[in-house]
Design a protein around this ligand. Structure first.
Ligand SMILES: Nc1ncnc2c1ncn2[C@@H]1O[C@H](COP(=O)(O)OP(=O)(O)OP(=O)(O)O)[C@@H](O)[C@H]1O
Ligand SMILES: Nc1ncnc2c1ncn2[C@@H]1O[C@H](COP(=O)(O)OP(=O)(O)OP(=O)(O)O)[C@@H](O)[C@H]1O
Ligand SMILES: [Mg+2]
Ligand SMILES: [Mg+2]
Lengths: 248, 248
């Protein structure tokens, strides 16, 4: 029975997709059976792993297509459901149905037994699609850059999750991303985050140009440059996720 | 009769809010009467200018509140309509009405005669709110960082605008942001953008730490550090906007 995890933060451009790719790939390398699900109409998840597919999340969720036709292998132990702009049509359709909040949850229930973990990439703002992902999730991992807009987006995420699920307990881990250890302001903000959220704050992912280059080559950080700071930091995060979510 | 301009790109975290603040403030300093409208539930626009308000865009659009009660002065020649998370409720309400695509347009029509320019900040993904902003706009300014996800977001924006308005002519300017002149990859991508979009590409806004510090102090770049690269680059952009949109 898979654990469903969404990577989310209302602020844009703070490393959500980068985190989904590299914890997904990192867990698959440890033998965890992972399904990645892209819910962002930009479809950056599949392009970053060099994967194309004929059918998308829209067909799985809205047209009730057989999951076997939609799910494609990305790597060993790593499958993916891709997204594209057809998903934009789903937003209006979804917010009209009676039980619209559970559309994604119902679609994923069909495949939960084949995976240890289902990892969802979400887009920035709170759309009916993102609400679906948060509702369907057992756990939420929230990346944040160490600057005020992003920390504010994190607070808004906590508010939204509390409105939907009556508690913020499902926000298990907060991952500081693009962290620059030389910046005084970043250090101060990181300490502020640790005071506010305590043990939920993971070790930061440091800023590393290899992390912005690897998606252009359709590779995870481990494939692109296994010796890099980025690979090292995401390995530490994968350890923390295995321990926190009792995956293996 | 105000010109309505939306700053948009489907990719998150690429400088939309930073661009709205600094071209809004730059135009106001030249004597242009500007109204800023925040349509992002995160409400980063108002905090970046150190402005708070009691009433928000939600009340103007959905509860038909008198604009005079919602609009607050931010600086000389610069007023603002703020947003907050109540706007998230609007997304579901808006996509149910008959003429939902014009909700924002109708609200702004009430105040068009008092301004030269109405400048709208949008959130990343395509929500009913963002669709409203694009439909209501005469012109669209699209920031983009010089990296593949953002350039892809720009292409998707062109597709969406074409679907809504039958042509992409309203995308007047494309503004490269966070540009690092030392990066070979950035230079190649910039040249690629210039080949694809020609004269729409403005001079880039260079990466400048002052631009990420100024919003934390509730100031525009011109107030925070008028001698900085960021202030210089946004002044050049303001000139280009005045010439392209025939504002004054
Ligand atoms: N630790 C890092 N060091 C350097 N660059 C990074 C790092 N993490 C992410 N990036 C780069 O920053 C940009 C934004 O990251 P990403 O696209 O993962 O953010 P996102 O939150 O998914 O954005 P969106 O809101 O558009 O979905 C990308 O170009 C990515 O390659
Ligand atoms: N030219 C620049 N140089 C350095 N930092 C910048 C520059 N432009 C913007 N920033 C910083 O980058 C971050 C993202 O910018 P901003 O919030 O304006 O993006 P956005 O597109 O509005 O994001 P969202 O998708 O969440 O609305 C902010 O911390 C901002 O201060
Ligand atoms: Mg993303
Ligand atoms: Mg913004």
């Amino acid at each position: 029975m898979a654990r469903i995890v969404t990577v989310a933060n209302l602020k844009g451009g703070i490393g959500k997709t980068t985190t989904v790719i590299n914890i997904g790939a990192g867990l698959a390398l440890r033998g965890v059976k992972v399904l990645l699900v892209d819910t962002d109409p930009q479809g950056n998840l599949s392009t970053s792993l060099g994967v194309t597919a004929i059918h998308t999340l829209y067909e799985l969720m809205i047209e009730a297509m057989d999951p076997a036709r939609v799910i494609v292998p990305a790597r060993h132990n790593l499958d993916i459901v891709v997204a594209d702009t057809t998903l934009l049509m789903a937003q209006t359709t979804m917010s009209r149905g009676n039980d619209w909040g559970n559309t994604l949850g119902k679609a994923l229930a069909q495949v939960e037994d084949y995976y240890d973990l289902i990892l969802i990439d979400s887009s920035g703002s709170l759309t009916p699609m993102n609400a679906n992902a948060l509702v369907a999730s057992h756990d939420i991992i929230a990346p944040t850059t160490v600057e005020p807009f992003s920390v504010r987006g994190l607070e808004l995420l906590h508010q939204q999750v509390k409105n939907m699920k009556d508690s913020t307990d499902s926000i298990r881990l907060i991952v500081p991303t693009m962290y620059d250890p030389r910046s005084r302001q970043a250090l101060d903000l990181l300490e502020g985050l640790q005071r506010q959220y305590g043990n939920k704050i993971t070790q930061p992912i440091r800023v590393n140009v290899k992390l912005s280059e690897s998606p252009m080559h359709g590779k995870s950080i481990f494939e692109y440059d296994d010796e890099s700071r980025g690979a090292e930091d995401y390995r530490v995060l994968v350890d923390r996720i295995i321990a926190t979510l009792n995956i293996v």
